[in-house]
Design a protein around this ligand. Structure first.
Ligand code: ASP
Length: 347
């Protein structure tokens, strides 16, 4: 039987960093150094190849241009490899994984993001286990030969999570990621247990259709008690802004101040797309539940359902990037496009 093949894509992040002798700070280092620290990779009965960003970066420097580079690498190699492992810093991993779930439209192969909280050169590193298990998952097949996990995921600290359902929740713990509104797709103990009912079903007819353009005229705007009218106006009236990820209280509630509702209604009528996302770590927006939410519907605000901020942001960047009509984007923000929200699928 033909060996499975996996492409490792090294973008940077703590996993491959070394300490600067002068400042003591961790800095990105080259891929050869990373591989020397993990000779165990040779033990896999797989064909493993690797490519690296040049230079590798701290993920705080990630941008849509880097996302395009990643989409290009994966789509150029899509027919050659059975799966992909992306080594990425943890700080913005949930943003990149969410972006990939939309930009790699119709992906039907595993794209597994991983990284670590301690560099692979450190004695107590979490990087080796994360990388080795991520490779195993990227190569895993069902009995019928189809990929076990045909979607974009994050593997970290023994859990495989859907990429567009994750958030970095802890800057220090090895268990850095959480998926509050969707169960793990797999857990790794002595064996890897796949939760097949939560994994996106394989569709042999789906054809990868890479999308490269992401609209950047978007802001994440968080409410707080005492927010000033002039500040809200400065944001919502800006000509640069095409979309707003509006982080509200609880089940999608906002103050009932007349000026706020009028500003939101004005921005919506100008074609700006305002998506309501809760500030809570888990749960969903239900704007019909309280009067403080219902008034937002009348102001043209669209529910982001139970989306993470990362998924709502990158989904809006992607839909605006496609140049779709405003009404279509508003409708699609409420549909499940790539497993990112608990709503019916796009018709
Ligand atoms: N600052 C690092 C990064 O995101 C943190 C990490 O990799 O864990 O690249």
């Amino acid at each position: 039987m033909k060996k499975s093949s996996v492409l490792l894509i090294y973008t940077g992040g703590t996993i491959g960093m070394v300490q600067n002798a002068r400042t003591g700070a961790l800095e990105s280092f080259n891929f050869e150094h990373l591989m020397q620290q993990i000779p165990e990779i040779e033990l896999f009965n797989l064909n493993i190849s690797a490519v690296s960003f040049n230079p590798p970066i701290d993920s705080s420097d990630m941008s849509p241009a880097h996302w395009q580079e990643l989409v290009q690498i994966i789509s150029d190699n899509y027919n050659v490899y059975d799966g992909f492992v992306v080594l990425h810093g943890t700080d913005t991993m949930a943003f990149t994984a969410s972006a990939m779930s939309f930009m790699l439209e119709n992906i039907m192969k595993p794209v597994i993001f991983t990284g670590s909280q301690l560099p692979v050169g450190a004695l107590r590193t979490d990087g080796k286990e994360n990388l080795i298990t991520a490779i195993e998952i990227a190569a895993a097949k069902n009995a019928d030969g189809t990929p076990a996990v045909p979607e974009v995921c994050i593997y970290f600290a023994n859990k495989l999570l859907r990429g567009n359902r994750c958030t970095k929740r802890d800057a220090g713990s090895f268990d850095a990621f959480v998926s509050n509104n969707y169960p793990p797709l797999a857990t790794a103990g002595t064996t890897i247990t796949y939760n097949h009912c939560y994994i996106r079903p394989y569709n042999e007819k789906a054809t990868l259709t890479p999308q490269y353009h992401m609209e950047q005229g978007i802001i994440i705007f968080s409410l707080f008690p005492g927010i000033k009218e002039d500040v809200v106006k400065a944001v919502l009236r800006s000509n640069e802004i095409k979309g707003v990820i509006f982080r509200t209280f609880g089940a999608g509630n906002a103050p009932q101040a007349k000026w706020l509702i009028e500003e939101l209604a004005r921005a919506s009528s100008e074609g700006k797309i305002i998506i309501n996302i809760t500030q809570c770590a888990g749960g969903s927006v239900e704007m019909e539940r309280y009067e403080t939410g219902r008034q937002l519907i009348e102001a043209g605000v669209v529910s982001g359902n139970d989306s993470t901020v990362e998924a709502a942001l990158t989904k809006l960047m992607y839909l605006l990037g496609k140049g779709l009509p405003t009404d279509t984007i508003r409708r699609l923000m409420g549909c499940n496009i790539s497993g990112e929200i608990s709503a019916p699928e796009k018709p």
